[in-house]
Design a protein around this ligand. Structure first.
Ligand SMILES: [Zn+2]
Length: 242
């Protein structure tokens, strides 16, 4: 099939009023749900809802288009709607299994450090979120990250625990628990998935996670009453890498 035939086929299916109505409605819904994702200012749950509304409208648009294009092309009728669905399944699998695989690739193990576990459950309670399991790696670089999957987890490199003071470790811990509370990981995975699927990624990169970082720092400021320990912890980490 040439491009001209494909174009004709596309035009023919958009002349069917019911198909055109569905295409216009899903495109409008896609545009309207893009605006809150682009401009933010909503809670994590609402933002996630808009991300998935945007994705669903796009998948629906592609599926309607490909099913309506009755040109007898297997690719258009079956493969086109299958691509976003397969990507979606891949994203869920990555979200559920990815953290475990990543932690085992770092040879991370659950820590028995009582103080660290106590702080984690205390701050999780203060922030009204699930207590994360704390992992430690023998990495030589100072690093810390949180991840979710089936259960919340925070991983510290032993370098962080050796070089930072208890208050600085607490500051990092609060920052990471805030990410768990704000669902940063699922938002990040969803946004990177969205980048491949939506034409709106031409207008917006979807990768700006600074608002999440600022809000996580805000939790530290509120709970510790100061940013002093977070700043000094960051200074130590930057000095290591510079
Ligand atoms: Zn962060």
């Amino acid at each position: 099939m040439s491009l001209v035939d494909l174009g004709n086929c596309l035009v023919r299916c958009t002349t069917v009023p019911s198909v055109l109505l569905i295409l216009l409605s899903t495109a409008t819904l896609g545009f309207l749900s893009f605006l809150p994702v682009r401009f933010g200012g909503f809670s994590s749950k609402t933002r996630l809802a808009f991300i998935y509304l945007h994705l669903t409208s796009f998948i629906f648009f592609i599926a309607t288009l490909s099913i309506s294009m009755v040109c007898g092309m297997f690719f258009l009728n079956v493969f086109l709607p299958a691509i976003p669905i397969l990507l979606f399944a891949g994203m869920i699998l990555t979200y559920l299994i990815g953290p475990r695989l990543y932690l085992s690739s770092l040879h991370a193990h659950e820590t028995k450090d009582e103080k660290l576990n106590e702080w984690a459950s205390e701050y999780a309670r203060v922030m009204d979120t699930r207590t994360p399991t704390i992992y430690v790696t023998k990495e030589k670089n100072p690093s810390a990250f949180s991840t979710y999957g089936t259960k919340p987890k925070i991983c510290f490199s032993s370098r962080i625990l050796e070089d930072l003071s208890p208050e600085e470790i607490k500051a990092i811990l609060i920052h990471e628990i805030a990410h768990i509370r704000m669902k940063t990981q699922i938002i990040k995975v969803s946004l990177s998935f969205l980048r491949f699927l939506t034409p709106f990624s031409l207008l917006h990169s979807f990768l700006d996670i600074r608002p999440q970082e600022d809000r996580a720092d805000e939790y530290v400021r509120k709970i510790q009453g100061t940013s002093q320990y977070l700043n000094s912890a960051r200074d130590k980490v930057f000095r290591f890498y510079s």
